[in-house]
Design a protein around this ligand. Structure first.
Ligand code: ADP
Length: 588
């Protein structure tokens, strides 16, 4: 869809607002072209001695009244139109947000946050301006041009009209040339602004790291350079835009000179009256607006086009994981993973290169409802990746994942994800009270529910020490919780969600062994009979699982119960001995 199609479609849906604005503009245009004609008549009347005293005052009163009506109509059309154009901004932002909210991690790996924010603000504004001001300025400008030229040629003198319009093709050529540069300059400017936004976002997010490394001066310099580049690009666009005005001035000066020469001769030969020449000169000044409107419209359209070219791909980007499943019922039953192989897509979003080693290769397992599966293995083995596939953040390239009677893609994403409580390694806290953060998945939870799960997650004592207890604001604009506290908030969230499947991704790595053991015991008690997959680098966390899988380089290298694995004397047994020794040393 092009920008013009977008605007046309929008105008069709909001035709009432556009029609009201257009009707008012027609009123303005008719009144405006009528004024010089009336003034011309009055002057001729004055010269002939026909307009005197009271009649002159009446004429002045009429002109003032027409001026007032024009003023009211001008305010009216702007209100009608801009309220509609704002709606386009709201609609576009809504669509953009909905699209982004449904995209998965592969999409966000390719996009930069600051750039997305720039598109949602700056670029949407530019499209909104094209749909509002540009649309009506184009309409108004054309209307005024046609009426004024008609009055000049028909009501005054067609020869004078033709001569006065001679310099205008030059202006059309100049506008065409300038508008091409304006497009390019706006594109560069919008991109530089995105770049600056991206930099600010990244610097703010990483401010502690920058400070810790003493890199503030570098960051300042980098920011200064990017801000300069953004300013230069913005100035570049303005520079080209400012070329419109001299082109208009030049054209009108030439037209004025021609009018004076040819018009003077016509008056001299008695072919037109002085009043007509005065009216003609006034018409010529009325051409200033359509000319400026043309320049303005062109630059707004070019800016809108450049912005739309950046927005459309986002709105059209296919969802990274299709939500085309029809099964709306919550999944239940055995979880099956058959010969699943998966490699991460390349950073640019293209399919994973064949030579890259897959993150998971030929994974097979079956987990009956109510059982617990432990997944262990060295860092980078593919444990988190397997959970990501279960959540359908990514699709495996080969093999199937199924839950109960259906493969995962057969379920609606909302049904599938609603049935899973996922506790990630680094949970995110929203800027809200700690109680609201815990009750994230269950807005209807009572304070008593929240307190119960907080106790189970061994968080109650920590919360009691916060300034406002459960009402303490946490997250970006509140109290900063430690890594271990965040992890326990996430565990409490998952306990409250009470979903059929619990996925814990090494989510207790930042709490001590004793606390971990207590929380896991609570989890087992509270979730007796529910399915769980526990990923952990501490083997004690999975020792009680019904079954344990050891992953290494994306493959299952050992599996069985804790007792069987310890007896096997492989990676698991060695790690177990090492961690036991470590724990006994900690106790000393
Ligand atoms: P684990 O959870 O066992 O530590 P992961 O599942 O996080 O391991 O990672 C498995 C492999 O996939 C690693 O080699 C890691 O570098 C790679 N990987 C993880 N996430 C991504 C990603 N988003 N894009 C590309 N490669 C990734």
């Amino acid at each position: 869809m092009t920008l013009l199609e977008l605007i046309a479609g929008f105008a069709r849906r909001h035709w009432r607002a556009y029609a009201a604005a257009a009707a008012m503009l027609v009123g303005i245009a008719v009144l405006t072209v009528y004024v010089p004609r009336r003034v011309g008549h009055v002057i001729d009347g004055l010269v002939a001695g026909e307009v005197t005293g009271g009649a002159l005052w009446r004429e002045i009163a009429i002109l003032v009244a027409m001026g007032l009506v024009i003023y009211v109509l001008r305010v009216g059309w702007r209100l009608a139109l801009f309220s509609a154009a704002f709606r386009l901004g709201v609609e576009l932002r809504g669509q953009l947000y909905a699209r982004l909210a449904r995209q998965g991690p592969p999409f966000f790996h390719r996009q930069r946050t600051g750039d997305l924010m720039a598109r949602a603000t700056n670029d949407v504004d530019a499209v909104e301006m094209a749909a509002g001001e540009a649309f009506l300025a184009a309409f108004d400008g054309t209307l005024t041009l046609v009426l004024v030229v008609a009055m000049m040629t028909l009501a005054v003198d067609w020869r004078l009209g033709l001569v006065a319009l001679l310099p205008f093709p030059f202006m059309a050529w100049a506008f065409f040339t300038i508008s091409r540069h304006v497009h390019e300059a706006w594109r560069a400017s919008l991109e530089r602004f995105s770049d600056l936004n991206e930099h600010v976002q990244e610097t703010v997010a990483a401010v502690r790291t920058l400070r810790a490394l003493g890199l503030e001066a570098n960051a300042d310099r980098e920011f200064g350079q990017r801000a300069q580049r953004a300013a230069d690009a913005g100035f570049g666009a303005q520079k080209w835009e400012s070329a419109y005005e001299p082109a208009v001035g030049l054209t009108l000066t030439a037209a004025g000179a021609l009018t004076l020469g040819v018009g003077g001769a016509l008056v001299w030969h008695g072919e037109i009256s002085i009043g007509q020449l005065t009216a003609f000169t006034m018409y010529l000044t009325q051409l200033i607006w359509p000319m400026f409107a043309a320049g303005w419209v062109l630059s707004l359209i070019e800016r809108g086009k450049a912005a739309w070219a950046r927005l459309e791909p986002l709105l059209r980007a296919p969802l990274s994981v299709a939500d085309s499943g029809g099964v709306a019922a919550a999944p239940a039953g055995t979880l099956r993973c058959e010969r699943v192989t998966f490699a991460y897509p390349a950073a640019d979003g293209t399919a994973a290169p064949a030579e890259r080693a897959p993150a998971l290769a030929g994974i097979d397992f079956e987990l009956a409802a109510g059982r617990t599966l432990g997944i262990v293995g060295p860092t980078g083995a593919g444990k988190s990746t397997l959970l990501a596939l279960l959540l359908r953040h990514y699709e495996p390239q080969a093999g199937t994942l199924a839950w109960g009677d259906h493969a995962l893609p057969a379920y609606r994403l909302s049904a599938l994800r609603g049935a899973i409580a996922w506790v990630p390694q680094e949970p995110f806290l929203f800027s809200a009270s700690i109680a609201d953060n815990i009750a994230l998945a269950r807005a209807d939870a009572t304070r008593a529910d929240v307190e119960r799960v907080a106790r189970m997650a061994d968080l109650a004592a920590d919360i009691a020490r916060l300034p406002d207890g459960y009402d303490t604001r946490v997250g970006e604009r509140g109290v900063t919780l430690s890594g271990g506290q965040r992890q326990r908030v996430a565990i409490a969230r998952a306990l409250l969600a009470d979903a059929p499947l619990l996925l814990i991704d090494d989510a207790l790595s930042a709490v001590d062994t004793g606390t971990e053991a207590r929380i896991l015991a609570e989890l087992r008690r509270a979730r007796a009979g529910r399915t769980a997959i526990i990923v952990s680098h501490r083997l004690s966390a999975v020792a009680d699982a019904d079954r344990i899988m050891v992953l290494k380089n994306g493959r299952v290298v050992e599996e069985g119960t804790h007792a069987a694995l310890v007896a096997r004397d492989g990676w698991y047994a060695a790690q177990w001995r090492y961690q036991q020794l470590e724990a006994s040393l900690e106790d000393v």
